[in-house]
Every structure is written in structure tokens, then in C-alpha cells.
Design a protein. Structure first.
Length: 236
């Protein structure tokens, strides 16, 4: 594929290119979802076409379509149960490598795949690095049945949490509610600033009706940040 010339796209490409160095023949890989992960999948597809042998599990239907078009061999967690490495993007990451993910709506499958991998590596441009999580809305995947009750319970939790805002919106897809690959709704929590991600993550998961949150806490092991000048910074 052609390398982008400038801007965030070039930085994302540089990070993806660096992450490709971690891939060795015979690996079982998790393929992430989103604009940065898509660069990695494209680059991996080129390697596969040149003879690299890998077996991959996609984290979304969109990534599956992309990988299939590139001829990347795919399987499922039902077939192989564990992965060597997952490469994915993030919407935000802090200094402790806590993440917010799910801007593309694939947070549940992304977290399942990440939990099956020996190592999760995040690729990003520098704009996703934050001192405190929360500027990006926190996605929470919820069961459609009774979602209004679940939303009310979430509001009660966040109104008592150490956050900078308490606004909630149901994600839409045009004039219809957005539905995840697993058939759920997503509620986006506009919190502005989250002082204790692990605490809030645990509290939200206790709510009946919450399937998963966009918090990735103690999961990511390495962050590769790409820069427009062609350099990378590896955080581990």
C-alpha cells in the first residue's frame, strides 16, 4: 500500500509499520478494528501475499471483510482458543496504559480477542495520548431489552464517581440506534475527565444489562506511537 504523505494518517501508518516488526511466521494474531488497525491489516496483507504464514482472528465484521479481501487466513477463537499477539488501536490511552476503546462499536469483540492473547499492542498517533482519560466518550455496550433502566443505573453510578461530566447518549446510526455486531446498543458516556478508571470500570460492570465497557485496564502491554516525521515511540 502507498504510505500517506502527511498528518495523522502518516503517523498511524508509521505505528502500524513498526508493529509489523513484531510479527513472525506461524503466529496467531488478533486483528483490531478502526482507522489505525486498518493500516496494520493492509500491511499484513502485503506480507501474506509475499509468503508470510499467519493465522488471524478479526475483532469485527469490518475487519473480517478487509482481511478476507487481502487473502489473510482467518480462524475463530472457537478453533484456536489462544493468540500470540493482538494489534489494535485506541481512542485514548493514559500513562498507565489504561485505554478507552469502542469508538467504532467493536469493544466487546476487541476485548474478548485481547483477553485471549499473550500480549496486546496498541498502535496510535500522539493525539490519543492523554494525561487523564475521559475527553473521548466512554462507550458502554448494553442489552437492548430494558436499556432505559440500564441507562438510569449507569447515571446513578457516574453521578457519584470522580468524573467531570454526567451526560449519556445512545449511539445512533443515522436515524436508527447503532447496533453492535453482537446485537447490542451502545451508550456513550460523556465524562470529560475520569480520575479512577479501574474503580469506575468495576462499578459499571456490576450493573445488570451492561455487557461490557470501553475501559481496557491492565490489558495493554505496549503502545507504539507513530509520528509524522517517521519516528516511533515505544511505551512499555
Amino acid at each position: 500500500m502507498e504510505k500517506p504523505n502527511a498528518g495523522a494518517a502518516k503517523a498511524k501508518y508509521i505505528a502500524a509499520e513498526k508493529a509489523l516488526e513484531l510479527v513472525t511466521p506461524g503466529m496467531k494474531l488478533g486483528l483490531g478494528t478502526g482507522s489505525t488497525a486498518a493500516f496494520f491489516v493492509d500491511l499484513l496483507g502485503e506480507k501474506v501475499s509475499n509468503g508470510l504464514e499467519v493465522l488471524c482472528v478479526p475483532t469485527s465484521s469490518a475487519t473480517k471483510v478487509q482481511a478476507e479481501a487481502l487473502g489473510i487466513p482467518l480462524t475463530t477463537l472457537g478453533e484456536i482458543r489462544s493468540l500470540d499477539l493482538v494489534i489494535d488501536g485506541a481512542d485514548e490511552f493514559d500513562g498507565q496504559m489504561n485505554l478507552i476503546k469502542g469508538g467504532g462499536g467493536a469493544l466487546l469483540q476487541e476485548k474478548i480477542v485481547a483477553s485471549a492473547a499473550e500480549k496486546m499492542v496498541v498502535i496510535s498517533d500522539n493525539s490519543k495520548s492523554v494525561r487523564t482519560l475521559g475527553a473521548f466518550p466512554l462507550p458502554v455496550e448494553v442489552v437492548r431489552f430494558g436499556w432505559e433502566v440500564t441507562e438510569k443505573k449507569i447515571l446513578e453510578i457516574i453521578s457519584r464517581a470522580f468524573v467531570g461530566g454526567v451526560d449519556i447518549s445512545r449511539r445512533m446510526d443515522g436515524d436508527k440506534p447503532f447496533v453492535t455486531d453482537e446485537g447490542h446498543y451502545i451508550l456513550d458516556l460523556h465524562l470529560k475527565k475520569i480520575d479512577e478508571p479501574p474503580v469506575l470500570a468495576a462499578q459499571l460492570k456490576e450493573i445488570v444489562g451492561v455487557v461490557e465497557t470501553g475501559f481496557f485496564v491492565d490489558i495493554c502491554k505496549v503502545v507504539i506511537v507513530g509520528h509524522e516525521d517517521g519516528t516511533t515511540k515505544v511505551i512499555d
